[in-house]
Design a protein around this ligand. Structure first.
Ligand code: ADP
Length: 176
């Protein structure tokens, strides 16, 4: 029998949160009534923002939505069990996302058969958006206004400039 009251978790790196993530969060809220969002702390991705900063940005950008934001270390399925989440929500943008997500969902199922992964297709407006590409565009002086909220765009521009300065770079400050 189905269980419509399963609580859902949307985990990710969110370095930083993009308009694509926010669209998925909104749709997750519609599907599940409310949504937990969790920043993975131990991402092997060398993030630009600390987990606390990523949590802070997500909280600011989801104000007014039935969303709780937190961070976690270790396996997402362990976090789900500790907190009682029965659903992992993930987004699919491309066929290459599918490959990786399929592998991860099956691994998570092998680890925790009681936690179901649910996929939502990216909105076509945001299907090409990734935090990684946005950072590259901004670092090269491109305009990321259509990809991020103004607050996140500002924070990212400031952080990339800081990193550039401390690395002794000579690139001029980028514009948004
Ligand atoms: P991770 O390192 O866990 O992949 P990300 O922050 O890159 O973390 O992505 C978290 C989830 O959000 C993933 O399921 C990813 O496919 C999805 N996602 C990322 N960008 C978008 C987007 N533009 N539209 C829809 N889903 C997205």
């Amino acid at each position: 029998m189905g269980n419509a009251s399963k609580r859902a978790l949307y985990p990710g790196t969110f370095d930083p949160v993009t308009l694509g993530h926010l669209d998925l969060i909104r749709r997750g809220c519609d599907l599940f009534g409310k949504l937990a969002v969790a920043v993975a702390e131990n991402a092997s991705k060398d993030p630009v923002f600390t987990a606390e900063e990523r949590v802070g940005m997500l909280r600011a950008e989801t104000k007014g939505l039935p969303v709780e934001v937190d961070s976690f270390r270790g396996l997402v399925v362990d976090y789900c069990r500790r907190r009682g989440y029965g659903v992992i929500l993930r987004g699919l943008r491309t066929v290459s996302d599918f490959e990786f997500e399929f592998q991860m969902a099956l691994t998570n199922r092998a680890l925790a058969g009681d936690v179901e992964t649910v996929f939502v297709m990216a909105h076509e407006k945001y299907a090409y958006l990734s935090s990684r590409l946005i950072k590259e565009v901004l670092a090269s002086g491109g305009d990321v206004g259509g990809f991020l909220t103004p607050g996140v765009a500002r924070a990212l521009r400031d952080r990339l400039e800081e990193m550039e300065r401390s690395a002794g770079g000579t690139r001029p400050p980028s514009k948004t």
